[in-house]
Design a protein around this ligand. Structure first.
Ligand code: NOJ
Length: 531
């Protein structure tokens, strides 16, 4: 099968925050349909839609109550079918979010088929990702069930073949409806060590990440479902190393097409806990991405991302969201989009949306953030200190509504938004998208180049100026072609020898100098040479 997904760019829509069509303050499917011109014009190929399934919304839809029904907040199955049809008419594809490590505790299986879940008489010491124990006592059954996420998200028991069959059937149902692929939520957590040993300090991850039967399950899923369709699959895989990634994505292994690594997202944390902040050292990022680029070259496939609904906004995180917001948003885009892999753009990234700072914890909606706040407050951590880590790492940074215009609520809704809009919407919004120097146009150019330049999808990767702590530079090479990419991650000037070739992409009007390459704050410049 043609590996079209290697040339594609994916755009993630977080439906709750994208566009509200009916004034109830919540984004919906009709809202997405209204914005298809905007997405098509950007040049993306695939939309990854975060969960739209029926859900009590404990974790914004990642707790599914019914896999074959659309959440009332988002519309109806007819709306969904209209969305697929309209996407396909435009030559665009739809990737569904597939959450099958766990369901909602309100899913009917939890009562009708308890053997689909994981029960123990005694809990072990594993902690949930959302604070507290990963086990909850069930009064009726008088046993504990495992929930790696919230207690309303019980983990499915993948050792049960009947459960697996039911999941595969549901997947085929969506594929037969016309969806073009799956983004699989924490899919490398589905196989747990059957002994359930205690983990160090309550961290059970070695016993449930990339567990003993994970490859068997993915290969079974592939032969039962995935291989029968021409689709794209990406597995979200916390704790997967490059060695794991080669196994998960190697073509001959028939598992998934690519995975989301978390390694580069953990470089600005001081310990195993994401709230434990540490400034990013650029060389850590460079060496990590170099490692993934080189290790997977010809052996697997990378996904490329800075942002999603769980991560803070990259322009605030690795760029400069004040004086150099536009420059750094473009620089970060170029840095990522000239690498090998399939790029993912998260809604609002293409207009340089930033993190948000709400005053009080009550304005935050995310369960992970709220649980962490409650736990740390009890432990006596001062409010200001907790808020500081929420400002830097909280998931609601990504979840404030899409800023369409400078109208009330950024044009997202005519009602009261379910989460406040970032107050900078009057300045940062999509209304400048047609201007030559907009961030949107810059993304559009990068996406377009990937389609026409095989070197971007196929070339070798070499890191330049390895030790430089401020500048990320690399080349891509294939036969008689070479791309040289320079990215200044700082607000100082840096001077280098002028690379060979003609200027291909640039985020400043013109080069500062023609003899030497002088990089200005957050400047990116890309040269192309044909020998
Ligand atoms: C990963 C998802 O991206 C995140 O939003 C969710 O909370 C957890 N998995 C649990 O489903």
């Amino acid at each position: 099968m043609d590996e079209w997904w290697k040339r594609s760019a994916v755009y993630q829509v977080y439906p709750r925050s994208f566009k509200d069509s009916n004034g109830d303050g919540i984004g919906d499917i009709q809202g997405i349909i209204q914005k298809l011109d905007y997405l098509q014009e950007l040049g993306i190929d695939v939309i990854w839609l975060s969960p739209v399934y029926d859900s009590p919304n404990d974790d914004n839809g990642y707790d599914i109550r019914n896999y074959q029904r659309i959440m009332d907040d988002f519309g109806t199955m007819e709306d969904f079918e209209e969305l697929i049809e309209q996407l396909h008419n435009r030559g665009l594809k739809l990737m569904m979010d597939l959450v099958i490590n766990h369901t909602s505790d309100e899913h009917k299986w939890f009562t009708t088929s308890p053997e689909y879940y994981i029960w123990r008489d005694e809990p072990n010491n594993w902690r949930s990702f959302f604070s507290g124990s990963a086990w909850e006592f069930d009064e009726l059954r008088e046993q504990y069930f495992l929930h790696l996420f919230s207690k309303k998200q019980p983990d499915l028991n993948w050792q049960n073949p009947e459960m697996r069959k039911a999941v595969y059937e549901m997947m085929r149902w969506w594929l037969d409806k016309g969806v073009d692929g799956f983004r699989m939520d924490v899919i490398n957590l589905i196989s747990k060590d059957p002994e359930f040993p205690d983990g160090p300090d309550g961290d059970g991850s070695v016993y449930f990440m990339n567990g003993p039967k994970i490859h068997d399950y993915l290969q079974e899923m592939n032969s039962e479902v995935l291989s029968k369709y021409d689709i794209v699959t990406v597995g979200e895989m916390p704790g997967a190393t490059v060695t794991d990634a080669i196994q998960y994505t190697g073509k001959e292994r028939r598992e998934v097409n690519m995975i989301f690594t978390f390694e580069h997202m953990g470089l600005d944390q001081a310990s195993g806990e994401k709230w434990d902040l540490k400034p990013l050292q650029l060389t850590d990022l460079k060496y990590n991405l170099e490692h993934w680029q080189n290790a997977l070259h010809n052996k697997g496939w990378n996904s490329l991302y800075w942002n999603n609904h769980d991560q803070p906004r990259v322009v605030s995180r690795f760029g400069n969201d004040m004086e150099y917001r536009v420059e750094s948003a473009k620089m970060l885009a170029a840095c990522l989009h000239f690498m090998q892999g399939t790029p993912y753009i998260y809604q609002g990234e293409e207009i340089g949306m930033t993190n948000v700072r709400f005053e009080g914890i009550d304005e935050y909606q995310d369960i992970e953030t709220r649980n962490m706040y409650a736990e740390k407050s009890l432990q006596g951590v001062p409010h200001e200190k907790i808020m500081e880590s929420i400002y830097v790492k909280g998931r609601d940074n990504a979840r404030t509504p899409m800023q369409w215009s400078s109208e009330a609520n950024g044009g997202f809704t005519t009602g009261t938004p379910w989460i406040a809009v970032n107050p900078n919407y009057s300045v940062i919004n999509t209304t400048d998208k047609d201007e030559d120097n907009s961030i949107y146009q810059f993304y559009k150019k990068l996406i377009g180049l990937r389609k026409t330049m095989a070197i971007i999808t196929q070339g070798d990767f070499t890191l330049l100026h390895r030790e430089d702590e401020k500048v990320f530079a690399y080349t891509r090479e294939i036969r008689d072609e070479k791309l040289t990419v320079y990215c200044n991650f700082s607000s100082d000037n840096h001077t280098f020898e002028m690379p060979e070739g003609e200027l291909l992409v640039h985020n400043y009007e013109s080069p500062k100098n023609t003899e030497k390459l002088v990089l200005r704050p957050y400047e990116t410049i890309v040269f192309y040479k044909k020998f």
